[in-house]
Design a protein around this ligand. Sequence first.
Ligand code: S3P
Length: 436
Amino acid sequence: MSERTVLPAAGPLRGRVSVPGDKSIAHRAVMFNAAGQGEALVRGLPSGRDVASTMAAMAGLGAGIERLGLDSVRVRGRDLVFDRSPGRIDCENSGTTMRLLCGLLAGQQGLDATLVGDASLSRRPMRRVAEPLARLGALIETTEGHAPVRIRGGLLTGAEVALAVASAQVKSAVILAGLQGQGTTAVVEPASSRDHTERLLRAMGVDLIVGGADGHGAGGCRVEVSGPAALACVDVLVPGDPSSAAFLLVAAAIVPGSEVTIDGVLLNPTRLGFLHVLRRMGADIQCSVDALVGGEEVGTITARFSRLRAFEVAADEVPATIDELPLLAVAAAFADGMSVVRGAAELRVKESDRIAATAALLGAMGIRVDVFDDGFCVHGGVPRGGASVLTHGDHRIAMSAAVAALACVEGVTVDDAESVAVSFPEFFDVLARLGA
Ligand code: S3P
């Protein structure tokens, strides 16, 4: 663990930067190509630990993962036939690696694998993926609902599965299992989560039917696939991660005089809830889609310092803002009024309990936060520096605290600055480049 004190910005943050490749797309680009026919070049990979966990897992399952440069790999696919005895697969801190693998491996007849993770991942719920997969006939044993998770691959049969919570990881696991099962599998979510799996599988030649939870276009989302299906490997250029960009944009919005532009960032609408919230807060944000890359919108976002007002986020907006809610709470601490987030109980089962961790972070800075089971209310004010913040090893809590520090009059100390390496190892360097 490395303690680090982040100093207030001495002046405005200014500049044009790019951010590491999108973590969600990178996991899928590596994993799905490793399951595909042929080979593919994946460029723009983030150097964070999470995607490295997926690469190591796929190599351990027999896929060819050849590093070509700092951010690119050549993946040789296994055409949906993996090594049968990979033993223990260490997913480290990555929930996406573990949950997607559950779906991918459930249909591998004769395979016996155990997925393990670090202390944080071992606390996160896994029944939510094991139970829907069991509807297709999967044999997945959790350890009292958690990792280690043992998967014994077998014959799967298509089924209709309704998820209790919107989760792109669980939805993706069911789709990946459905591709290997006999017949039609449909997964229905109560609200639409990020859709990178659907977009990439389409690009790989899979016929997916996507509609509303009612089968037409309303109330969440329903995705249908028919198996058995094959995946054709496809080259992927991973766009910049909006969830990493968000930290720089909020920093620009709260440090007086700032203007920050991020180029080459993913602008998939299922990921941009935080931009809508920031705009409602009165933030000066410009955003333009410049291209469609591999079926995903990519473009530029600029944020300038603005006087912010309070916001509300209700359950229907949670899936599109989920990873940015701790950061939006930091923005709320600098805004006029009381900001309220509800319907976000999912935050309790992320890399840390992000409701408790966010409340403690802001509390240490003298900001009143009312805590609910499913959210929080931040009373905007004048956050004070000089605080010490516990990150609980959670990259997004560490970066949220650092952003808050930039707009205080004294520094803020985080106990585990290294945790940013999970998604954005270059975070402190990029901030320095912007003048922090
Ligand atoms: C992710 C989905 C989300 C998100 C996570 C990445 C993905 O989790 O919070 O950081 O890549 O599918 P859930 O599926 O649990 O909502």
